[in-house]
Design a binder for this molecule. Structure first.
Ligand SMILES: C[S@@+](CC[C@H](N)C(=O)[O-])C[C@H]1O[C@@H](n2cnc3c(N)ncnc32)[C@H](O)[C@@H]1O
Length: 279
């Protein structure tokens, strides 16, 4: 009888069963309730979900980069998962919230997290040369969804405008990619940020970019698809995982007159840095 070969895992620390579970191309993840200071930020992904990505694409002790870290979900996920992490954030208010959250998480975890790097850098992801970044093993990030936060019509924006504790836009800084009104220019600058990460990414490492297509002025701007195609010229586009939320209340957009979806899914685009496969 042929001997069963032992499972050799070069990518992560998961068992074959855990590995397979992550391979499904869609998943449902409803964020747990958020802290009040984190609610200030208009668009975060849940650290519980970030941890699943970090644990699939890295091993313990490896290093993860989030070039637009917001209030720090990626860094919290990394502390919990035993990975080192660095986050860059343009807005100093979010960067400070992230630092505080990371410090509290570290205290809560005690000795297991004591030796881990979890650093928040206030800076522009388009200007990396002064930041002294190390080589990283994985990039997990989510960009501004174009200038969608400037759109007055969006339902979530109406709620946020009525609340003094919530920001409506990230900042009015011209370096903030969420403030670029021209779609093509926004895509160009976003792609340039991700391509600019190359010198800091270990060859064969993965990148996950969480993004949504954007509705504006009665049409769709296919941000996720455009990014997949454009960035696929510099990194190998591997696939997507679709993150579905099924805890959001349906709104009656266009009821009785037009098709307007309630969009409760995001694309987690998977790329791999394989310099040997690029021209
Ligand atoms: C979708 S949010 C990221 C949220 C983050 N994943 C979290 O869970 O908190 C995008 C972030 O990019 C930041 N940002 C925009 N332009 C930037 C730039 N040029 N450099 C660094 N950060 C930038 C915004 O301030 C915002 O916090």
């Amino acid at each position: 009888m042929a001997k069963k070969r032992p499972f050799r895992n070069r990518l992560n620390d998961l068992s074959p069963k855990e590995w397979l579970k992550f391979q499904k191309s869609w998943f449902i993840h409803n964020p747990p309730p958020r802290r009040k200071d984190v609610m200030l930020h208009p668009a975060k992904f849940p650290e519980t979900m970030a941890q699943e990505f970090v644990e699939f694409f890295t091993k313990r002790g490896q290093t993860v980069l989030d070039p637009m870290v917001g209030t720090g979900s990626t860094l919290v996920a990394c502390l919990r998962a035993g990975r080192h992490s660095i986050g860059i954030e343009l807005n100093s208010t979010y960067a400070n919230i992230a630092r505080q959250i990371v410090a509290e998480e570290r205290d809560g975890l005690g000795e297991t997290a004591a030796e881990l790097r979890a650093e928040v850098v206030t800076g522009d992801a388009a200007q990396l040369s002064d930041l002294n970044l190390p080589i990283v093993d994985y990039v997990l990030t989510s960009p501004p969804y174009w200038d969608m936060l400037h759109s007055r019509g969006a339902e979530t924006q109406r709620t946020r405008r009525a609340s003094p504790d919530m920001d409506v836009i990230y900042s009015d800084d011209p370096a903030d990619l969420g403030n670029i009104p021209e779609y093509d220019k926004f895509i160009d600058r976003l792609v340039a940020v991700y391509v600019g990460l190359k010198p800091y990414i270990r060859p064969r490492a993965y990148l996950t970019i969480i993004v949504k297509n954007v509705k504006k002025g009665g049409r769709i701007y296919p941000l996720a698809w455009d990014l997949a195609r454009r960035l696929g010229e510099d990194y190998t586009l591997k696939d997507e995982r679709i993150w579905c939320q099924d805890d959001v209340r349906l709104a009656p957009y266009g009821l009785g007159s037009a098709w307007v979806s309630n969009t409760f899914h995001h694309y987690c685009l998977q790329f791999r840095y394989q310099p040997e496969m690029q021209d």
